[in-house]
Design a protein around this ligand. Structure first.
Ligand code: GCU
Length: 345
């Protein structure tokens, strides 16, 4: 932990210098590119980013060096987004929940039960032509998304079992710092406690909250399974993580360089998604066998019923999500159509 702290101090000092000089750090003639993320070094996102680094350095290594800072060393998602905004660092991986305050369209991913299946979710996210328009929506804030990462399906987990929506009543549940996620957890009948990801373990351990909601990797990679032993498959959200870049940095690249960074980003997504499926299987096994976590299958429709009115409420109050909502609704319909045809044949 001391080692981690020293690293963090050194990294921050370097970032501060870079921030003050108004451009990225340059040492030994190379431009250092800094990427911040919140996960451990075994997480699929870290592995995807290593592929990004290799791809860029193989082609532009005489000019650029990519440095990856895991574990929120450079600060929580919200802090790291600010650093990316000012150009103190160049990239950050952040869930869309953290982007809602910068571009209203990202609120849509906090809408519960938005996608009918993981397949629909992936097909929408992989529709690059459509998503590029969304990615530009934070340009005014000084940053732009360059690719997405799968962050699985989010489910509730707690110190005591959740088997029906009634079990959520009165429970204090951590959510991301996103107004839409706060509204969702409250609509489920629980009490939403927004806080940064890095604070969750201690908050559960000390009883400040009863539980949280996340994908299975939170149990193992972030060790939450040590303090919360019941994981409930109610499947309320699929919230993607985004690789976000400082816009001035992107605009300062030559067209050839820009293409290399975009290709590197696409490659990182491919690697991340392959690793994701493997690590979810592993995480479930480790959580069940080594940490004693019980995985509970529930009647998902009973949970859905509680929060479906949020769809119309969100559409009414936020016009920016309407196009994407319609786009996703059609994707859900098409998938159903496919199902029916397959059944008929
Ligand atoms: C997941 C996700 C992160 C997010 C975190 C959270 O781990 O990948 O981007 O920050 O959940 O709940 O805060």
């Amino acid at each position: 932990n001391n080692m981690l702290k020293r690293l963090a101090v050194a990294a921050l000092a370097a970032v501060t210098v870079a921030g003050l000089s108004g451009c990225g750090a340059v040492t030994s003639g190379k431009r250092i590119i800094r990427i911040s993320h919140a996960q451990s070094e075994t997480h699929p996102e870290h592995l995807g980013l290593l592929a990004f680094k290799d791809y860029v350095e193989e082609r532009l290594g005489d000019k650029y060096e990519v440095q990856i800072f895991p574990n929120e060393i450079l600060g929580s998602a919200q802090k790291a987004i600010e650093l990316t905004q000012t150009g103190a660092i160049d990239f950050v991986v952040a869930g869309t929940a953290n982007l809602e305050n910068f571009a209203g369209v990202y609120e849509i991913f906090s809408m519960p039960y938005l996608f009918d299946s993981e397949d629909v979710y992936k097909s929408v996210m992989e529709d690059t032509d459509y998503m590029e328009k969304i990615y530009e929506s934070t340009d005014e804030a000084g940053f732009r998304v360059v690719t997405w990462y799968n962050a699985g399906t989010r489910n509730f987990y707690a110190k005591t079992p959740i088997r029906t929506p009634e079990d959520l009543k009165g429970k204090k549940i951590r959510v991301q710092q996103s107004p839409a996620s706060v509204a969702m957890v409250n609509a489920f009948g629980a009490a939403a406690a927004p806080m940064g990801f890095g604070e969750v373990y201690t908050a559960i351990q000390q009883g400040v909250i009863d539980g949280a909601e996340n994908n299975e990797l939170a149990l193992t990679n972030n060790k939450h399974g040590e303090v919360a032993k019941y994981y409930c498959y109610n499947k309320h959200q699929m919230v993607p993580d985004m690789l976000v870049a400082n816009l001035k940095f992107l605009n300062g690249l030559s067209p050839e360089e820009y293409q290399i960074f975009k290709d590197a980003a696409a490659l990182s997504t491919q690697v991340e998604m392959e690793e994701w499926d493997k690590s979810i299987e592993e995480a479930k096994q480790i959580a069940a066998d080594n940490m004693g976590v019980e995985f509970i299958d529930v009647d998902v429709d009973a949970f859905k019923e509680k929060v479906l009115p949020l769809h119309q409420q969100m559409l009414d109050s936020n016009p920016k999500i309407r196009d994407l909502y319609e786009h996703i609704r059609k994707a859900n319909e098409n998938a159903k159509g496919g199902q029916t045809n397959a059944d008929a044949s």
